[in-house]
Design a binder for this molecule. Structure first.
Ligand code: PLP
Length: 437
């Protein structure tokens, strides 16, 4: 009764993000979630699911944390919000900025707050371009990103996104955005030379691409990128929106590659989704230059930059990450997850490559391992529908690939991982019998 009522209202009044409108109109919501606890979600029909994606790669500390709810309630009752524009500030924002500065690698030391990842990347792009304006190099406007990258849906973030479908959606591509092949440092150098190094403001990249298929770069890729950026004086922006705050088994993804960017955008795991929060950390050098060269106003800021409630939630979330050693757990369980994937790979011939880095993982599906040929019209969407029927929520990537991706909460225990792997095994067996053979 209630489900039917909500379904009808949903179809009529709720335009969903990143949705197939056709599918929504035909079927309505597949699940209306009502509760979350640990790695589990419950829907209004009482079905329980393992949240194998931490919802949107973000609920790192798991669902239903009472202590976050408590600080949120207290903060909301005391000071939910106050302006951080100009000379105003509040204690949670100050404390969180200094906490993040203490955790961020190298000399990344000063934080600009936003409400999410898209705003963070727009901010990084604008701060980079403005930096060159201050430095007397206003022609440095171009932004280089990678094919298969995802940086969000605000206008700058969309245009920096390598996955073309997101850019095409806007029906108008912004100038000064350029895309290099994923792992190719040679292409990056060629692109910079072709554009003219003196016209390039910044290079932006996720340490490990998420929405593009959990693509883990070769060990030396970012070292080479850093060298090239330094050689041409180009700023290096790391998009740590997914990889930040423990996802890959290190606090920040770039730590795997021994590289410190000039700016780092973050969101998602900073608050585990308990409040809308993101930001950009900039290097001491950039901050100093801003302090010395800037005259007048920094013409950029969101109403919710430094939101007191969101920042208080962020502080508690980071306290939990540290107290429960969840970054270490992600590293440890990520290795166990890879072992599990490899066992499945041995059993099912239509599993192609598998990979994990911390609790970020992927299983590629192929019709033929030898040729890499994919199933016609992709197998992974059917596969994840079947895992969902068995109580496991996952996600697929089907841009020139047929990949199932994984991003479970960092609290995952061995028993919970085994349960996940058991559901995967059962689903692979079902798909083998009913579809593949
Ligand atoms: N950057 C990366 C790497 C992301 O994965 C995402 C979201 O998935 C974003 C940016 C955009 O973040 P948001 O959806 O919070 O705007």
């Amino acid at each position: 009764q209630l489900k039917e009522e909500l379904k009808a209202l949903d179809q009529k009044h709720f335009l969903h993000p990143t949705t197939s409108i056709e599918q929504q109109q035909a079927q309505g919501p597949a699940a209306i979630f009502t509760e979350g606890k640990g790695i589990y979600l419950k829907d209004m029909e009482g079905n329980t699911y393992i949240d194998g994606m931490s919802s949107l790669w973000n609920v790192n500390v798991g669902h239903g944390r009472e202590e976050i709810a408590e600080v949120a309630k207290e903060q909301m009752a005391t000071l939910a919000f106050s302006s951080c524009f100009a000379t105003f500030s509040n204690e949670p924002a100050i404390r969180l900025a200094s906490k993040i500065a203490s955790l961020a690698p190298g000399n990344l030391n000063t934080v600009f707050f936003t409400s999410g990842g898209s705003e963070s990347n727009d901010t990084a792009i604008k701060l980079a371009r403005h930096y060159w304006l201050l430095k007397g190099q206003p022609e440095r406007q171009k932004i280089i990103s990678r094919t298969l990258s995802y940086h969000g849906v605000a206008m700058g973030a969309t245009n920096a996104t390598g996955l073309q479908a997101f850019r095409d959606f806007t029906n108008s591509h912004a100038p000064d955005f350029h895309y290099v092949y994923n792992q190719s440092v040679r292409h990056l150098r060629e692109m910079i030379e072709a554009l003219g190094p003196e016209t390039v403001a910044a290079f932006i990249s996720e340490p490990v691409q998420g929405a593009g298929g959990v693509n883990i770069p070769q060990k030396d890729y970012f070292k080479e990128v850093r060298k090239i950026c330094d050689e041409y004086g180009i700023l290096f922006i790391a998009d740590e929106v997914i990889t930040g705050f423990g996802r890959t088994g290190k606090l920040f993804g770039m730590e795997h590659y021994g590289v410190v960017p000039d700016m780092m955008s973050f969101a998602k795991g900073v608050s585990s989704g308990y409040a809308q929060l993101g930001g950009v950390v900039i290097s001491e050098k950039i901050h100093q230059d801003y302090c010395e060269l800037s005259k007048g106003t920094l013409m950029h800021g969101y109403t919710y930059s430094g939101h007191a409630l969101a920042c208080q939630v962020g502080l508690k979330n980071i306290e939990i990450l540290e107290r429960e050693k969840l970054v270490e757990n992600a590293a440890h369980m990520g290795e166990a997850m890879l072992e599990g994937f490899k066992a499945l790979q041995e059993k099912y011939s239509f599993i192609g490559r598998v990979r994990t880095i911390g609790l970020l993982g992927a299983i590629e599906l192929v019709k033929s391992r030898e040729t890499g040929e994919l199933f016609q019209s992709y197998l992974s969407p059917i596969f994840v529908q079947e895992t969902m029927k068995r109580g496991l929520i996952l996600r697929t990537v089907t841009y020139d690939q047929d990949t199932v991706v994984f991003s479970p909460p960092l609290i995952l225990s061995k028993a919970e991982l085994d349960e996940m792997l058991r559901i995967l095994d059962e689903t692979f067996e079902y798909v083998r019998k009913t579809i593949v053979e």
